[in-house]
Design a protein around this ligand. Sequence first.
Ligand SMILES: Nc1ncnc2c1ncn2[C@@H]1O[C@H](COP(=O)(O)OP(=O)(O)OP(=O)(O)O)[C@@H](O)[C@H]1O
Length: 293
Amino acid sequence: MNMTVEWKAITKQYRSQTALRGVTATLSGNKIIGLLGRNGSGKTSLLSMMKGLLRPTSGSILVQGQTPYENSELARQICFVRDSRMAYGFAKTRDALAIAASAWPNWDADYASALADRFELPLDTKVQHLSRGMESALGAILGLASRAPLTLLDETYIGMDAHARYLFYEELLADYIRFPRMLILSTHLIEEVGKLFEEVVVIDRGTLLLHEPVEQLLMKAYSVTGTEYDVDRFTEDQLVLYTLGGGSLKSASVFGEMTDHLRKLADLYHLEVRSLPLQDLFVHLTSRQEVRA
Ligand SMILES: Nc1ncnc2c1ncn2[C@@H]1O[C@H](COP(=O)(O)OP(=O)(O)OP(=O)(O)O)[C@@H](O)[C@H]1O
């Protein structure tokens, strides 16, 4: 199944609060997509509308050409992992997995049980009594074992410790390779998860800032390091995101493409050129107005 999600001029208003403003984009193909945005930028609202839990105030959202809102057939193809405590609070963990098994047509019970072992999930504990990390692990297991063609993970791994998070990344990638599907992960931990993404969507204060393949995005910025004099003359006409150091060792992060001409100039000025980590680029994209132009 080749998944397609269309956002058509989506606006979401909660009373006086506008969470999303005219967001338009088409996501297609089996991919791991990062949904990035600062706190309150509108990520959860967007994910909830993709699952059909909310309706846009204006505009429309289509998953496989259909409206997800009140569409129970389509809902079985879309797994949205957010708050396991809310969804399964009174059930024991083992029962939550059994409920999930009946909800998802592609549920893999053996895989769910192998994951429960790997994450050391206590099966006889009520979901509402799970530790934060274990609740996150349950969410990760539900998201992975559902094998839903569209899987939405809203900061699923946020309560996990580093060991569990890396286990989750490893499982996510391995299972995605075995069963390609569209996985959308909203996150703040870009440095850790960034390597998994093929494509990123950045939402800033309710508007779509960019939607691009990661490879293409990373080509849009770089850092140069050298003496202050050389770095300053190299970056004179460029959009500098931030600088570090000075004197004999200064580094400047630049938003713009590294052309052949610039590379020759950097060589001439004995500057070291590096690509910018996705996390740095994200922080600066969402904090500077000029970059949006
Ligand atoms: N039910 C609601 N009623 C009123 N305002 C809401 C509601 N849900 C979200 N909002 C507001 O809409 C905006 C976007 O919220 P949303 O939860 O979608 O953002 P987010 O990017 O997921 O945030 P975070 O990263 O902090 O979880 C915020 O200003 C939030 O306060």
